[in-house]
Ligand binder design. Structure first.
Ligand SMILES: Nc1ncnc2c1ncn2[C@@H]1O[C@H](COP(=O)(O)OP(=O)(O)OP(=O)(O)O)[C@@H](O)[C@H]1O
Length: 267
């Protein structure tokens, strides 16, 4: 792999949480991420797969600067992210954005959504108020909403529309990299497909690089170029998706594949 092609390089990343065990007892240590390494090339979608508790979200949160790694390195565009100043981290958030499972909960219920979609532009000093409104309306239309939605409140939107709003807000600062943490887990299957296809179209149009966090292998097959399967904080295996899903080497990947074939797992 040409180094210039690599946008995100994670090396030996580790996160140990110290959890209180009760009064008078010593804290218990929980190793959420246990020394993982992977590289994401520009323009690709990398899937972080694993069962509940395997360390996916903690990894995403460390990349976003929301959690401090215990050790290891995260390089973005060649720049080391661990240990950077708060101010630099704030600047980097323009380039690294996130879409969570329930984007609606990140919107203030008492303010119109449009102003909140445009808020990062004002926060980063990228636009005046009027320009921010135009850009927010453009983005809302781009994700399949209407300009008349600008003045509505979050409770007036469906689950799928809320995810579209979350995507619009994530895109306001023209990020290079999106962390998608179970972005469609709360949606009906038909709406899931619409939101995933929207993300793919936006990726093609804007050259976005994406990290898709999910426990659902069907999503990975549809969306990802490469992926890694996490198990108890370590990779059971990683590689190109077609190889990983067709000829899995680890029992963990095989078990996840079998789960997809069971009807109840599709819900
Ligand atoms: N803030 C925290 N304090 C203590 N332990 C934590 C914290 N966050 C996560 N953990 C623990 O770290 C481990 C990995 O959690 P994480 O949320 O990263 O897994 P996950 O794969 O994203 O799971 P899920 O799919 O259920 O969201 C779990 O054992 C979890 O209980």
């Amino acid at each position: 792999m040409n180094r210039d092609d690599v946008l995100l390089e994670v090396t030996d990343l580790r996160k140990v949480f110290s959890v209180p065990s009760g009064w008078g007892k010593r804290n218990r240590e929980v190793t959420a991420v246990d020394g993982i390494s992977f590289r994401v090339r520009r323009g690709e979608t990398w899937g972080l797969i694993g069962e509940s508790g395997s360390g996916k979200t903690t990894t995403g949160r460390m990349i976003l600067g929301l959690e401090t790694p215990t050790s290891g390195s995260i390089r973005f565009n060649g720049e080391e992210l661990t240990g950077v100043s708060r101010e630099r981290l704030r600047q980097l958030r323009q380039k690294i954005q996130v879409v969570f499972q329930d984007s609606g909960s990140a919107f203030n219920p008492r303010l119109p959504v449009g102003a909140q979609v445009g808020a990062p532009l004002r926060r980063f000093g990228l636009c005046t108020g009027a320009e921010a409104k135009d850009k927010a309306v453009d983005l809302m239309e781009k994700v399949g909403l209407e300009s008349s939605h600008y003045d509505r409140y979050i409770h007036e939107f469906s689950g799928g529309q809320r995810q579209r709003l979350g995507i619009a807000r994530a895109l306001t600062t023209d990020p290079e990299f999106l962390v998608l943490d179970e972005p469609t887990a709360a949606l009906d299957v038909s709406v899931q497909a619409q939101v995933l296809n929207l993300l793919k179209d936006l990726q093609d149009e804007r050259g976005l690089t994406m990290l898709l966090i999910t426990h659902h292998l069907a999503l990975v097959e549809h969306m990802c170029d490469s992926a890694g399967v996490l198990h108890h904080g370590s990779f059971a295996e990683q590689g190109p998706v077609d190889v990983l899903l067709r000829t899995p080497e680890s029992a963990i990947t095989s078990a996840l594949l079998e789960a997809v074939l069971e009807p109840q797992a599709a819900s």
